[in-house]
Each structure stands twice: as C-alpha cells, then as structure tokens.
Design a protein around this ligand. Structure first.
Ligand code: NCD
Length: 484
C-alpha cells in the first residue's frame, strides 16, 4: 500500500525533518529574489505525474498551494473544488470516489467534512492520499507549514537549523481549540518535538477531551489546571491549562496532575518559562458549531494584547483565513508571520509530494508504529459515539464497520482509528455464543476474532446477545449452581 498522510503521526520526526530539508533546497534553488519564502519557476521532477485535489469543503490556500506545488514540480493537476460538483452530491461514498479517482491520478489530496474521511480514502486507494482537513479532526499539512514557519523563525543569519529549535519553545494556542483541526494536528507535533503548549481557548472552546487524553497518553504531556499553578509567581502564564511536554523522567508525574506532585526540578522548569515564542491564533469555526455554541466574547490578538513584555519576541501565526480574531494592525508588525506561513505552503507541499511520489529517494522510511495493544473491529457491538465520525454517516455505513485501537488493556480503552475519540466499553460478549458478561476485566480470554464489545448492557440486549449464566459455588453445598 502506498504511504499516505492522514494524521501528523503518519510522519516520524525524522521524516518531517527530511521534508523540511528538501523544502529548504527548493527555496534555495527556486526562490524568488528578495522573497526568501516564495518559490518561483518550475522543475521537471514530477513530469508526467498527475495530482488530484478533491475538496469537498471550501479552501483557498490549501488547494491552491498543493496545485502550485505540483505544477512547480513539473506535474499536473485535476481538481474538484466543491462538493456540489461531484458525485458525492448524488450520494457516492468516499470509498467509491477514491477507487475511481486513483485511476486518474498518481496521488490524491482530499478535504472532507467527515472526521476520519481521509483515513477511509487512504484505506481504499492504491495511491498516496493526503489529508487536507477532515472535519474538526486533523490538518497535518497545515501543521507542516506551521512547524516550518517556527523553525524558520529560529534561523540566525540565514543559517539552516534543525527541529531541535522547537524544544522548550513556549507556544500559545489561541481561539477555537475545540473545532480547529489545525490546532489538533499542531499540538501533537509540538508535543513530539518537545515544545511547551499553552492553550488559551475562547470561552467554551477548549480542546476536546480526546485531544487532551492523547496528549497525555501518547506524548507524555502533563496537564496542569489553573488551580495547580496557583503556586506560580505572579508573572506566570495566564493559561487555563498548561501542557508541559516532558522528557521521559516526567512520565512518573503524568497522571499526578497537581503542582505539589511535581518534583522540584519540574516545578523549577515551569517557573523558568521565559517569554512566549509564538502565538497561534485561529478563527471561530462557525460552520462546525452546534446551536448555542456561538460565543460573543471571542478573543482578538492585536497590538495592545502583544504589548505585554512576554510577547516581545512572539511570532504571531494564523492558518488563515482570519475574520475578527487577528487585527489588521499586526500586518506591518515584525512579529506577524502569517502570510509567510501561507507562502511556505508551496515549498513544504512540494517536498511532501516529492517524498510521497518517491521522486526524492530515501525520505520516508518506516511509518511510526501505532501505539496500541491490539486492533478491534466488529460489525455488531460498540460503535464510535462521535456523531461527526465517518463511521456514523449513513452513506459510509454501507461498507464501513467501526474500527478501534485498543490503547489500554485495563481499563479496556478503545480509540476510534478514524476520529480518535476514546471510550471504555462495559460489556464483553462472543460472536460465536452471543452470551455476554458485565465488566471487561477478562476480555483477553476471548480470541479477538470472536470478541464483541458493547458500550453497555442495553446495547448488548438490543443486539440480541444474552447475559451469560455464570457458574458459582454454593457456600453451603458442594455442587455447582447456576445464577443469572
Ligand atoms: C484552515 C482549515 O481549513 O482548517 N485553513 C487552512 O487550511 N489554512 C483554518 C480555518 O479554516 O480556519
């Protein structure tokens, strides 16, 4: 199967670094004089190859920069720019669409409203698939542009730098952290490269629970609540929650989740937080709000906010488009880098395409291993509770069954492989006997092929599974009796 990028975790740190070195090269070899962030001209590297861009949600930057990247590599593009002009509007499924488009192109870039749609596309296509945003889930190539921008900001006298410059950076994430797919991919990457994440969410729009859990579980992040950091000096960070991405020794403190439980060294580290290196602002994702989720006090990043001395050298970033949350008065401020961030979309996506199309050898090695105990998937039984997950859409349910990574054995914890939402089933049953037991402690006794999990007993009953009669020893008699 071709290598695809549906999550930022589909690329290892080394691979990201290799992609950035290639992007550096494109900027040196094809840069615009006086504009070191802009590629111009064309090479012939991707001659004869075609990229399909399938955008079922609005886009300006992502689609055009992918197409520009492919054209500058010497390839060609075919494009769908809105959902209404595709057969999706007639009810065609994602799996069918990509099995058609893969015959027309050598790689597919897809943007889709369902969470996990790109993963489905990658599972059904034989050509590389790139996620250009799947609902509120992830937007990994925006993260590549963001990381590249951060890395560029740390260059001194134009000398190239490596990803180690991200270590210990203090990065404020600002705005709609609940629905913003860019910030989801970005936090995972920041955590992996060892930056400190300081989420400043708009009221009611904090990171979803599954993002917080993944930060803690997969990246050893230590979440501290405001209460926990009361002990910080007065000039400490104004954060709702501070995530510190720690080295291995911090693992001990992972779930301690309290300031007093930290070692003195850890406390000292947090106290020593210098100024902020970057403020990453995002717009309210209006199109994804449920009724009642509107907020009137959405925070704005402007010159007045940035007057605080902690922000003196902060790079002001934004994936764009902006609405009201990023003031135009920053456009001429040396700290505003958002247009460069968008310009880097071309060299970075050129490098990614070159890597996935194997035009630049040896860039993508082994994909990082999934951190899972096992994989679970059955047509009956537990399904993902996230209504926006691709597995919850009627059209896709014709062929898709829920699939989960078992990420913890005790308590049995499942993570949807498509949208990352986590849940803990309460009932274990068997396909062969359709008899279930309450509690999941013994789930490993059932062979995976036979295992059926249910969220709760009601769900098991609805699926016509019956509670197993458990033999128990009567305390007074020596024979075995059966009980319900
Ligand atoms: C973002 C997106 O589509 O998620 N835009 C982009 O790709 N640069 C951000 C947004 O729409 O707010």
């Amino acid at each position: 199967m071709a290598r695809s990028v549906t999550s930022i975790d589909d690329l290892s740190n080394d691979e990201i670094e290799a992609i950035f070195r290639l992007a550096d090269r494109y900027l040196v070899e094809m840069g615009t004089p006086g504009k070191p962030f802009r590629v111009q001209g064309r090479s012939s590297l991707a001659g004869g190859l075609i990229l399909a861009t399938l955008f079922l949600e609005p886009s300006t930057r992502t689609r055009l920069s992918f197409e520009s990247a492919m054209l500058r590599l010497g390839g060609e593009c075919i494009s769908v720019a809105d959902a209404e002009s595709t057969s999706a509007a007639k009810g065609e499924t994602i799996a069918d669409t990509v099995r058609v488009v893969e015959n027309y192109a050598d790689a597919i870039v897809i943007r889709h409203p369902y969470e996990g749609a790109a993963r489905v596309a990658a599972d059904y296509a034989d050509v590389p698939v790139i996620n250009a945003g799947d609902g509120a889930h992830e937007h990994p190539t925006q993260t590549l542009c963001d990381l590249y921008t951060l890395r560029e900001s740390k260059k001194q006298e134009g000398k190239p730098v490596g990803m180690e410059v991200l270590r210990d950076l203090n990065v404020v994430l600002w705005g709609d952290l609940q629905h913003g797919r860019t910030v989801h991919s970005l936090v995972y990457a920041l955590a992996r490269f060892g930056a400190r994440i300081i989420p400043l969410a708009a009221p009611g729009h904090a990171f979803p629970e599954h993002v917080g859990r993944r930060l803690a579980r997969d990246y050893n992040c230590l979440p501290l609540s405001t209460k926990d950091i009361d002990a910080l000096p007065a000039n400490a960070l104004p954060a709702d929650v501070v995530y510190v991405t720690p080295d291995e020794p911090h693992q001990q403190a992972l779930f301690a989740n309290a300031w007093f439980a930290l070692s003195e060294k850890q406390q000292a580290e947090i106290r020593a937080m210098r100024g902020i290196d970057a403020v990453y602002s995002t717009r309210l994702q209006r199109e994804r709000l449920e009724p009642g989720e509107e907020t009137s006090d959405y925070p704005t990043v402007d010159a007045r906010f940035l007057k605080d001395r902690r922000y003196r050298d902060a790079q002001v970033m934004h994936p764009l488009p902006r609405v009201d949350e990023l003031s135009y008065d920053l456009d001429r401020d040396r700290r505003g880098v958002y247009f460069k961030q968008a310009a880097y979309g071309v060299p970075v996506r050129m490098a990614l395409l070159a890597a996935l199309l194997e035009l630049a050898p040896d860039m993508l090695r082994q994909a990082p291993r999934e951190k899972e105990v096992a994989r679970y998937g059955q047509a009956t039984g537990i399904s993902c509770y996230n209504a926006r997950c691709v597995t919850q859409q009627l059209s896709e349910q014709r062929y898709l069954t829920p699939r989960f990574s078992i990420i913890e054995a005790h308590p049995l914890t499942l993570r949807c492989v498509y949208c990352d939402h986590e849940q803990t089933p309460q009932v274990v049953s068997r396909n062969s006997t359709r008899k279930y037991t309450l509690g999941t402690d013994d789930w490993q006794r059932v062979p995976l092929e036979d295992l059926v999990l249910f969220a709760n007993e009601d769900e098991a009953r609805r699926a016509e599974h019956q509670r197993k009669k458990t033999p128990r020893r009567d305390s007074t008699a020596s024979h075995v009796v059966s009980s319900e």
